[in-house]
Design a protein around this ligand. Structure first.
Ligand SMILES: *Cc1c(COP(=O)(O)O)cnc(C)c1O
Length: 451
């Protein structure tokens, strides 16, 4: 693994923190040169809690949950927002999603267990995964999980058998691969034909499998599901997917005489990682998906299904930031300027994994323009270990507190203990108060399972 070639032609943008636009959490502000979020001084917070540190703007999180819920309800009465918890899950965010009336999407037994630890009603939980184990399925079904999204015929047989043994009928969805190419990175594209997920529509396979699903005992086909990918900017991809899915619903109704009541269009709405990104808004996404479903249902002459969407990234990415302390500075003339931080691929693997791009700022110089191009290198033993590659930053000094924006999704969730690094704490900030919602790991935690 290596870093991408350095871009020596890149110019510092001279932006100050507040000029970073949509990447900022809602309550970000600069006072006396310091970055504040939720009314809390990020420099002080780094000093009291240590770095690396994940910080979430609670007001921003709540606002996004409510915007999703209310935008969909206003346009489409029979709709629900299902938080795709794999983007960021701890007990407090699960409690928050529960209080805000969202449903919860879990991939596998671990995330489901978390939901049950905070008494998230199992009936509002949806389970995904392309290879849920028999043990995971049994736990979920016996706990009364609301919906299981089946990914294959093998899994259909498994669920049917387990539900039979437990004496229940399990509501299931079929995950369909609608053949829509979303305009995004290939690692996070899931709706195209060559995907490990779901029932393909090639050779009419998905449609033919409906017969098996309808014939299987102890399950009820409650819905169809698709998820075309992630970090999608072009809303027309969602319209195309909705059209394919509604046509399939209508055809199943016509040819099997069976009405499927629910349609889940997945997640995937893109977010701003750089100051120049202009993603669609949650309201635009709601408008596009609900109008597409309504129009296609009218065209096909079928009743409106219950509509579900499963946002992950667009609920949490911009609500979260990561704080680090600058430990080493190294300039390789004509090559690159390295700013080494006390974290890296252990707390944010996305840059190494798929060249994710983030905007950094120095929290104690937040009113100063970003005048240099730097790479924030991690502290791990991989040359590809960096959180930010060739991005503008204020002139760095040892001991500065660097804030990387937009790290609320798929960072904590993918964190590891590489090099024995304890995972950072998660802090929620609001109204001038900071509270630890996940404590920092200790060295003892890291090796606690070793015999
Ligand atoms: C990952 C995932 C989501 C959430 O995707 P985002 O891009 O984070 O919104 C929703 N549904 C399913 C099935 C997923 O796998």
């Amino acid at each position: 693994m290596a870093l991408p070639a350095s871009d020596l032609t890149k110019k510092a943008d001279g932006r100050t923190t507040m000029e970073l636009g949509a990447v900022l959490p809602r309550t970000a502000e600069v006072k006396d040169g310091h970055l504040f979020i939720g009314g809390v001084d990020m420099v002080e917070l780094a000093q009291t809690q240590g770095t690396a540190l994940y910080v979430y703007d609670e007001e921003d999180l709540l606002n996004r949950m409510r915007t999703y819920r209310d935008s969909f309800h206003a346009l489409y009465e029979n709709s629900d927002v299902v938080y795709a918890s794999k983007a960021f899950l701890n007990k407090e965010v699960a409690r928050m999603a529960c209080r805000e009336g969202l449903c919860l999407d879990v991939s596998g037994g671990g995330e489901f267990a978390c939901s049950q630890m905070v008494d998230f009603p199992a009936g509002r939980v949806f389970m995904h995964g392309n290879n849920k184990t028999p043990a995971e399925l049994r736990e979920a079904i016996s706990a009364g999980i609301g919906r299981i999204i089946i990914d294959s015929r093998i899994e259909l047989g498994r669920i049917s058998q387990i539900a039979g043994e437990l004496g229940v009928t399990q509501d299931i969805y079929m995950r369909i691969t609608p053949g829509v190419e979303a305009d995004t990175h290939e690692y996070i594209r899931t709706g195209c034909e060559d995907s490990k997920f779901g029932f393909t529509m090639n050779d009419d396979f998905a449609f033919r499998c409906v017969a098996d699903v309808l014939a299987a005992p102890n399950v009820r086909l409650a819905g169809l599901h698709c998820h075309i990918g992630s970090q999608i900017f072009a809303l027309h991809s969602f319209r195309e997917a909705a059209a394919v899915m509604v046509k399939l619903l209508a055809r199943i109704e016509r040819e099997y005489g069976y009405r499927i009541e629910e349609l889940d269009l997945g997640g995937g709405l893109g977010v701003a990682y750089t100051a120049d990104d202009q993603p669609s808004t949650i309201a635009d996404f709601a408008e596009m998906t609900t109008s597409a479903v309504k129009a296609c249902c009218a065209e096909e002459g079928i009743e409106l299904p219950r509509l579900l969407v499963e946002p992950g990234r667009s609920l949490v990415a911009n609500a979260g930031v990561t704080l680090y302390t600058v430990g080493i500075l190294k300039t390789l003339p004509g090559i690159r300027k390295y700013v080494a931080i006390d974290g890296g691929m252990s707390d944010n693997v996305r840059t190494a994994l798929y060249h994710a791009v983030y905007e950094p700022t120095i929290a104690n110089k937040a009113d100063q323009p970003r005048t240099e191009i730097v790479t924030l290198a991690g502290k791990h033993c991989e040359s590809g270990d960096a959180v930010v590659v060739d991005m503008p930053l204020q002139h760095p000094d040892l001991g500065d507190i660097v804030c990387v924006f937009g790290t609320g999704a798929y960072c904590y969730a993918m964190a590891s203990n590489y090099n024995g690094q304890p995972r950072p704490a998660v802090i929620f900030v609001r109204d001038g108060q900071a509270r630890v919602v996940t404590r920092r790991e200790t060295y003892a935690d890291v090796f606690s399972r070793d015999i």
